[in-house]
Structure formats: structure tokens, C-alpha cells
Write a protein that binds this ligand. Structure first.
Ligand SMILES: Nc1ncnc2c1ncn2[C@@H]1O[C@H](COP(=O)(O)OP(=O)(O)OP(=O)(O)O)[C@@H](O)[C@H]1O
Ligand SMILES: [Mg+2]
Length: 412
């Protein structure tokens, strides 16, 4: 048996979209009449245009792989999943899928609204090619997972959207599909249910079944998937391991190493003009775990100001804040600045951080009184490993940071 679960070659999907020519939504009667006189034979003023939701998409998924698919709204993610689940046909290319697909798509396909929860479970099992006995074996598990015991004999059209989603997910995940395709299930449902779904998808992936997962939740993608595709305007722009793809996606729109503001901000009391990350006095985007990184912040004050606080947050690329720091922590509770230009420097030893990518976000305020400035772009850097702690402790150790602590041993 081949180890390929999905093979997609030069896949394209075109939609015909109509632009109503020169037509506003609300035309007056006069405009309608004039339009009819000007174009007596045209039945409609519509101009149809071809729009490619997917273009030349090719990739393969191995059996047992958990593949994440990310990208901005409208990038083509759901379109791709709909083609793989045979809900829509591609315009060009083809998608070969080897195995039974259990899918949970945003359209809530696979459920018949008039049928009850119970009937839908059996219907879906039958569609997946399962015997009645196989379905019976999984039935209680599905119902328990979905927590819909009391509504099993109610038509699903009467379900709340949360209940509907719970049952749809339970069916897709428990009816032993060889390939599980899930589109943004986490958007619906409460936090507890989201956690349960992620756990279940993790189990499915661990059992060696193939999972395709679309989400805007980057932490979920990284924790669940070993590989991810980035779709941009219908094309694959990154195909790499999940954390690399997530970082490239999050990087778009961010600046590296330095942030400078050319514009003056008239009328503002305080403006942060520049944020730079320095390595040995030079701006850098690459640091090593043995380095000390200096966050350098230049700001300009238009007037004398008491209590201005400049702060930064040190975050992972998934927006988890590892720590934050302010100039008031050390310089004093309420420093008074005269009008003028200043440079603040704050050194950070990097040895306790994991290799990876990080971002620094800078802002200024008078705490509890007013926000003075927020730097709109985080400044990014890569941290590479050149010192012992990580090598010694190993990347597998849990924790966002990796300190090496001084233990002592004595006899009692
Ligand atoms: N039936 C359709 N007719 C016309 N255009 C469509 C149709 N379905 C999708 N599109 C367009 O195709 C593009 C891709 O849509 P798709 O739903 O795949 O995006 P997505 O990546 O899933 O976005 P989101 O993150 O918002 O869910 C969008 O521009 C959308 O408007
Ligand atoms: Mg979508």
C-alpha cells in the first residue's frame, strides 16, 4: 500500500463573480428607465468575471501526517477542503484522496436537517462505508462526546449552532475516518469544547490517521500539526513544518531588527521615534543564546512630563508574553523628563530563552492616566542556539523558557 493519503496536482478553482456595471444597489426608477432606453436589448447589466480562488496548488500528504492550512480570510482554505471532501469540483487539476474522509466543514455538510441526531449518526456512518454494527460500537462514544443525550431524537434543525457543531465534530472524529478534514471548528463552541476537540484531533493524529486542519488559531496549528501550508491568494507560498509556516505567516507586516518613525506626530506629548535591537552595538535580527540583546528606544518629548513610562513586552510569535519591563522598574517611580530627545537602553541576557523567533512590542503611557504612544509594528529577532543550556537540557523539555537553575544537595 502506498503511504500517500492525498495527492493534489495543479489544482485550480474558478468562480464566476458578477460585477453589476455602474449599478449602485439602490437605483432610482428614473435610472432604471434611462438604463433600459440606453440598452434596450441587454437583459442584464451584469459583467461576469472569472475569479480564481485556488491557483496551481500541488502537494502531497502522507498517511498519518497532520497537516495545518493557514492563511488570511479569503485565501482559499475552505475551497481546498471542499474540493478534497468532494463537495465542489476543481476547475483545473485533480485531487486524489486515498481513504474514507470524515469532514467537518463550515457549511455543516453531511447532516440532514429533518433527521434526528440519532438518524444522522447512522446516515454518516453509512456514507463512510461502515456497517451498522461498527456504528453501534461507536454510538455511545459519539453521544457522550457531543453531550447531546437529551436531544438524540430531535431533528438537528432544532439544535443550537453549538450543539450542531458538537455532534458534527463527534461524528467526523469518531466514525473512524482514515482522513479527518476539519475547517475552523474552534471558532464555534466554548473554550472547554474547543479543548476537547483539539485533544480528540490529537488522538486521531496519534493513531496514525491523516488530519487536515484549517484554523486561525496559530497555537492550535503548532500543537496539533507537524506540517503546515500557507495559502496566499489561492496559492501555496510556504510548505514547511508547522512552526516555520506559522512564523512566516505572522511575520508578514512586521519589521525586523529596527522600527523607525519618519513622521512627526504633532500635538503628541511623547513620540517613540525608534526601536532597535542591538547585538554588540549593531542592529541585528539574529542573536545567539550566549548574547546580551540591548533594546534601544529613542523618544522625543515636546513638553516637561512627569511619570512617563516606556515599556516593552517580550513575546513569542504566538503572542505569548514571556515578560514585560518598564523604565520605571529601575529608574524610579515617577521620573520627570524635561522636553528633549532621549535614548533608553535595556540589556537582556538571552541564555534562558528557547531558540526560535521573538517579538518586542514597545509602548508608552502615564500609568493609570493616559496612553502616550504605541509602536504599531513589533520588532522581531531570531534566536539561535550556541550555548550549552539548550543543548544540555534538550528541546523536548516543557516550558516557554529554559533556565538552568542552581540546585544543591546536602545530607539531612
Ligand atoms: N461559491 C462561491 N462563489 C464565488 N466566490 C466564492 C465562492 N466560494 C468562495 N468564493 C471566494 O473564494 C475565495 C476563497 O474563499 P474561501 O472560503 O476558500 O477562503 P478561506 O481561506 O476559507 O477564508 P476564511 O479564513 O475567511 O474562512 C474568497 O474570495 C471567496 O469570496
Ligand atoms: Mg474558510
Amino acid at each position: 500500500m502506498s503511504d500517500i493519503a492525498i495527492r493534489v496536482e495543479h489544482l485550480g478553482k474558478a468562480y464566476q463573480i458578477s460585477h453589476e456595471q455602474g449599478r449602485s444597489r439602490y437605483r432610482t426608477l428614473q435610472e432604471e428607465i434611462i438604463g433600459a432606453i440606453k440598452r434596450p436589448f441587454s437583459r442584464s447589466a451584469d459583467k461576469r468575471e472569472t475569479f480564481w480562488a485556488l491557483k496551481d496548488v500541488s502537494f502531497e500528504v502522507k498517511v498519518g501526517e497532520a497537516l495545518g492550512i493557514i492563511g488570511r480570510n479569503g485565501a482559499g482554505k475552505s475551497t481546498l477542503l471542499k474540493i478534497l471532501s468532494r463537495i465542489t469540483r476543481p476547475t483545473t487539476g485533480y485531487a486524489d484522496v486515498y481513504g474514507r474522509v470524515g469532514s467537518l466543514l463550515e457549511v455543516g455538510t453531511g447532516f440532514h436537517p429533518e433527521l434526528t441526531g440519532r438518524e444522522n449518526i447512522y446516515l454518516n456512518g453509512a456514507i463512510l462505508g461502515m456497517t451498522r454494527r461498527d456504528i453501534q460500537r461507536r454510538f455511545d462514544e459519539i453521544v457522550a462526546f457531543a453531550e447531546v443525550e437529551n436531544f438524540l431524537d430531535t431533528p438537528v434543525k432544532r439544535y443550537s449552532s453549538g450543539m450542531y457543531m458538537r455532534l458534527a465534530f463527534a461524528v467526523a472524529a469518531h466514525l473512524e475516518p482514515e482522513i479527518l478534514v476539519v475547517d475552523e471548528v474552534l471558532a464555534v463552541g466554548d473554550a472547554e469544547f474547543q479543548k476537547k476537540c483539539l485533544g480528540k484531533m490529537g488522538d486521531v493524529a496519534k493513531e496514525g490517521r491523516t488530519v487536515l486542519f484549517v484554523s486561525h488559531n496559530m497555537s492550535a496549528i503548532v500543537s496539533l500539526c507537524n506540517r503546515a501550508l500557507l495559502l496566499e491568494n489561492g496559492r501555496i507560498t510556504v510548505d514547511a513544518n508547522a512552526s516555520q509556516t506559522v512564523s512566516s505567516y505572522l511575520r508578514t507586516g512586521m519589521l525586523d531588527g529596527e522600527f523607525c518613525r519618519e513622521v512627526d506626530r504633532p500635538g503628541q506629548k511623547l513620540t517613540i521615534k525608534r526601536v532597535a535591537l542591538l547585538r554588540n552595538g549593531q542592529i541585528s535580527t539574529t542573536f545567539y543564546t550566549s548574547d546580551t540583546l540591548v533594546v534601544q528606544i529613542e523618544f522625543i518629548l515636546r513638553q516637561r512630563l512627569a511619570g512617563a513610562q516606556i515599556a516593552f513586552e517580550f513575546l513569542t510569535m504566538l503572542d505569548e508574553c514571556l515578560f514585560s519591563s518598564t523604565n520605571q522598574d529601575v529608574i524610579g517611580d515617577k521620573p520627570v523628563f524635561e522636553a528633549g530627545e532621549y535614548v533608553l537602553c535595556c540589556p537582556i541576557e538571552l541564555s534562558i530563552f528557547r531558540p526560535g523567533q521573538y517579538q518586542i512590542k514597545v509602548s508608552s503611557s502615564i500609568p493609570g492616566v493616559e496612553m502616550l504612544d504605541i509602536v504599531e509594528h513589533p520588532v522581531l529577532f531570531d534566536l539561535l542556539d550556541d550555548s550549552s543550556p539548550v543543548l544540555k537540557l534538550g528541546q523536548d523539555r516543557r516550558g516557554l523558557i529554559l533556565p538552568v537553575l542552581e540546585w544543591s544537595l546536602s545530607t539531612k
